[in-house]
Design a protein around this ligand. Structure first.
Ligand code: MSP
Length: 662
């Protein structure tokens, strides 16, 4: 039986789908893996940190079709965003795997062939409910009412196709036995229990190929089939470890592998994957940790809600370190949590600017003014030094359990205690009394050491901040490259301070709120402009051909549309819009502002003074940040859905403004 010596550590994020751009969920796992990697390196471990992108399968094929690209073009374009995310977050990954790479395709095919040869993959018939337009099977427990597709609502058909199956059932009892002996194999406990009860309920052989889709790795020797995307994706973890190409590397890292995943994908990782590994005769993962999900301001994060947290924006606005700190500190890893920018700002102000920033500023200032910037020596025992040993133990224990928030809590208690130490010892008073010089040395040295240690302890989470602190403390090494266990309290004596710098400027909440309001308005109007532009092209695209007609309506429906004669009094360009003009119209009894998509057909001069027909009871809409109150009537000729000619509908005589059209 393999024994982990604790000296090697192979950690993986899930590989991210490239059908969409990165969000906070991706940033979260990558950050957590980076934190643990940096921590383990500082503990002297030989670390291999892998992340990457999942680039095959239906989702990708569909996304590519929607964008009018080939899947290869899409994955080549979008995977870059995930690489950039690593850079933006300051991730220290040792490798970035793409499932479209040759090394991976060869590994997947080799694994597939091996399992066929040993009889663990066999050909059979797959039958299930299938959505033809979406080209996807829908599990029975996910179907909509009356056997409909949960995504598009259309009726499902029963489909049968030839498929390769993995003999998962053969290895289930072996896996249960393994988990019974390895309580840390699936963490946290709640997920362990979930997986155990799932396994004990029995596992059926699993379909591992598709004939309904092209974008995947072909089954070796039977190219009508592509390998199921999850089979392909999971294998990435052994591809990158050198399963096929580098047996030495594989022996070095694979037995020490830890997978970090979101709670939604644990069955694939804690059931399918280990069963495959058992069939391959390869060690099972030492640990699989499932983290929780973020909601945003209390709501589920989704594109339709428009509340998807963009990690690039967070990094740009607040910096990578504060964002990383927030994610690791705010929610116990494993639990669900809520993301709010206000809470992030709160933590920057209280934990970072106030607690940590002040400790650094005060200490730096005092050593500068009382000791000319040189750290004094002192042998007198100090409770900060005693507490430091305890903090290090707590950080160790917490990190081993992936309890990042607990590790940070322990460090911040220490920072808090150090700030209190200043208040209690009142160095400014000691400085005025020559007989207290040794006491002042003792206070200053111990504060300096507390900071030197705190910077080292926060380095896995905030590598850049840790370095900035050490630079101010006059230490030219990089804390992330230092070793936890070589820290010796007191060794900082004699160091000469570097330049002082404010670590985290306080964010003025009122100003911030104002800025956020403005930002929101800008985003909304940009979104509306986009929607208007899309609506224009959409309506153009789906325009009813002239030979087709709208369904019949009653006179009441027609009467419900209030139309009146109005005169355009002003026409202005809208800077961000290619299609819209901002029009001011006089109705006789009131004036109106309307945004109209007729820019391509008229100059402002041609429109000003024109009398038109205005729909006056249309619900107001915001377009490019401008509230539009009505719609002017036009007639147009369209070709392929695009207006080629357009004319205003104008009253034939000088009838008074405001006259009703019926
Ligand atoms: N491609 C698969 C993984 C294959 S691993 C062999 C996949 N990709 S994903 O891009 O959809 O999801 C990646 C990770 O993001 C998952 O671990 C998922 O849990 C996580 N998250 C997605 N939304 C999330 C939140 N709202 N909050 C936290 N993590 C979330 O699944």
């Amino acid at each position: 039986m393999f024994m982990d010596d604790g000296k090697r550590f192979y950690i993986t994020t899930p590989i991210y789908y490239v059908n969409d751009i990165p969000h906070i969920g991706h940033a979260y796992t990558t950050t957590a893996c980076d934190v643990i990697s940096r921590y383990k390196r500082m503990k002297g471990c030989d670390v291999f940190f892998l992340t990457g992108t999942d680039e095959h399968g239906q989702k990708i094929q569909t996304a590519a079709e929607a964008k009018g690209e080939t899947p290869q073009e899409l994955v080549d374009r979008v995977h870059v965003a995930f690489r950039k995310l690593c850079t933006a977050l300051g991730a220290s990954n040792d490798d970035f795997i793409r499932t479209t790479e040759d090394r991976h395709i060869r590994t997947v095919q080799a694994v597939f062939s091996k399992l066929i040869e040993q009889g663990d993959i066999y050909k059979g018939t797959y039958s299930g409910y299938y959505c033809v337009p979406d080209e996807t099977y829908v599990p029975e427990n996910a179907m909509g009412p009356n056997h409909t597709c949960p995504d598009c609502g259309r009726p499902l058909i029963i489909m049968e196709e030839e498929s390769y199956f993995f003999r998962a059932s053969k290895y289930v009892s072996q896996l249960i036995e393994y988990y019974e002996k390895h309580a840390r194999a699936v963490m946290p406990k709640i997920r362990y229990n979930e997986i155990m009860s799932f396994l004990k309920g029995g596992v059926r052989d699993q379909s591992v190929s598709r004939t309904t889709l092209k974008w995947g790795i072909p089954v070796p020797g039977d190219e009508k089939h592509v390998i199921y995307v999850w089979f392909d994706a999971l294998v990435n973890y052994i591809t990158a470890a050198g399963y096929l190409d580098d047996p030495e590397k594989f022996a070095r890292y694979w037995p020490h592998v830890r997978h970090m995943v979101g709670k939604d994908i644990i069955r694939f990782h804690c059931v399918t994957w280990p069963l495959l590994l058992l069939a391959l005769g390869v060690n099972l993962p030492a640990e699989i940790f499932a983290h929780g999900w973020w909601t945003v301001d209390g709501e589920k994060m989704s594109k339709t809600r428009g509340n998807v947290v963009d990690p690039f924006k967070m990094v740009e606005e607040y910096g990578a370190d504060p964002f990383r700190y927030f994610m690791m500190r705010e929610v116990p890893f494993g639990n669900d949590g809520d993301f709010s920018e206000l809470a992030l700002v709160g933590r920057i102000n209280s934990d970072l600017a106030n607690d940590l920033g002040n400790l650094l500023n005060r200490t730096h200032r005092m050593i500068q003014s009382y000791r000319g910037g040189v750290v004094p020596a002192s042998d007198e025992p100090c409770d900060l030094s005693e507490m430091s040993a305890d903090v290090m133990r707590r950080v160790d224990a917490a990190m081993n359990d992936y309890a990042f928030d607990d590790a940070l809590k322990a460090i911040w208690e220490f920072i808090g205690r150090s700030n209190k130490f200043i208040d209690e010892t009142m160095p400014w008073k000691l400085a005025k009394d020559d007989t207290q010089s040794a006491k002042l040395d003792y206070v200053l040295l111990n504060l300096y050491e507390a900071l030197r240690l705190s910077a080292m302890l926060i380095a896995p989470v905030m590598p850049d901040t840790a370095k900035r602190i050490w630079t101010q403390l006059g230490i030219h090494d990089d804390p992330v490259k230092s070793q936890y266990d070589s820290f010796t309290w007191g060794n900082g004596a004699g160091n000469k301070l570097g330049e002082s710098e404010v670590l985290f400027p306080r964010i003025d909440i009122k100003e911030w709120q104002k800025h956020k309001e403005e930002q929101k308005l800008q985003e909304e109007s940009a979104k509306n402009a986009e929607a208007a532009a899309n609506a224009d092209t959409q309506s153009a695209k789906t325009e009813t051909p002239e030979t087709e007609h709208e369904p019949e309506i009653g006179i009441e429906s027609f009467k419900a549309v209030e139309m009146r004669v109005a005169q355009i009094t002003k026409c202005e360009e809208i800077p961000r819009s290619k299609k819209l003009y901002r029009l001011e119209l006089d109705l006789g009894y009131e004036s109106r502002v309307v945004c109209s998509g007729i820019k391509a057909f008229f100059t402002p001069e041609e429109l000003t003074g024109k009398r038109v027909i205005l729909v006056t009871n249309l619900k107001p809409a915001k377009l490019c940040g401008i509230e539009s109150n009505g719609m002017i009537l036009c007639a147009s000729v369209k070709k392929d859905g695009v207006s080629e000619q357009l004319t205003l509908i104008t009253p034939e005589s000088d009838i008074p403004l405001g006259s009703r059209v019926s």
